[in-house]
Design a protein around this ligand. Structure first.
Ligand code: NAD
Length: 243
């Protein structure tokens, strides 16, 4: 228990990585948490509801089930996302639509279903998981970066639209965070350990960001100490964007 006592939270992509770390942290600090994910298997005391953020019917049903279970909604962590590699020449339209549908429209769908409930909360907040890719100009990440640039713009626009309703909207920009996502990428390398060491060496801090460090930033932005903070993005990137 703690600073999230009584808070009712939904975390998308909450079955793995940053989302799971955030769900656990919110729960430890007193919140009741429902994870919306393709994978609905989560440990107690978290609850899991299956949802595909690329399917509006699935999102509506899952948010309704989560709100029913929680008795309302105070915090939405819009975190589900997928990767994409390559330059603009490497992916055809169908792949652009598929990744935008999850990373951008997915967040829109969940927010649209959640907003009517957030309006009834005394301390409503949405935190979107963006990325340093939104502004960094990373090579071989044109599609992924474009989706995260859209998430950054969406965050600021939603903050303006919902300010008067008392709903804060912020995002976190993780650098390379050591989650199952990164492990999946590393497992494709000839020497995963050497690849991980090389990745760490490219970070200003010499190590990857942890999922817990991103979760702590999400909890800050979602929580009672961030009442004066909306429309802002918080980098958790080992100094990558600031140095
Ligand atoms: P992860 O793959 O470990 O977890 C992502 C979760 O999202 C999984 O549980 C997956 O089942 C779920 N998911 C994927 N597609 C979904 C869909 N259509 N509907 C519902 N759930 C879906 O990844 P992670 O590293 O924890 O990434 C979480 C977020 O953080 C993503 O938005 C990602 O873009 C962002 N991010 C990650 C990093 C990093 O280095 N790991 C860096 C910057 C931003």
């Amino acid at each position: 228990s703690g600073d999230f006592d009584g808070v009712r939270a939904v975390v998308t992509g909450g079955a793995s990585g940053i989302g799971l770390a955030t769900a656990r942290m919110l729960s430890r600090r007193g919140a009741r948490v429902v994870c919306l994910d393709l994978n609905d298997q989560v440990e107690a005391p978290l609850s899991g509801v299956r949802a595909d953020v690329s399917d509006d019917g699935s999102v509506r049903a899952a948010v309704a089930a989560a709100v029913e279970h929680l008795g309302g909604l105070d915090v939405l962590v819009n975190n589900a996302g997928i990767g994409a590699q390559g330059t603009v020449e490497d992916n055809e339209d169908a792949e652009w639509h598929r990744v935008f549908d999850v990373n951008v429209v997915g967040m829109v769908r969940v927010a649209r279903a959640a907003l009517p409930h957030l309006r009834s909360s005394p301390a409503a907040a949405i935190v979107n998981t963006c990325s340093i890719a939104a502004t960094a100009g990373l090579p071989q990440r044109a599609l992924y970066s474009a989706t995260k640039g859209a998430v950054l713009a969406l965050t600021r626009a939603m903050a303006a639209d919902h300010l008067a309703e008392g709903i804060r909207v912020c995002c976190v920009n993780p650098g390379t965070a050591h989650t199952p996502w990164i492990d999946r990428l590393l497992s494709k390398a000839d020497d995963p350990d050497a690849e991980l060491a090389a990745l760490a060496a490219r970070q200003p801090t010499g190590r990857l960001v942890t999922a817990d460090e991103v979760a702590a930033a999400i909890c800050y932005l979602a929580g009672p100490h961030a009442g004066a903070t909306t429309g802002t993005d918080l980098a958790v990137d080992g100094g990558m964007s600031g140095l």
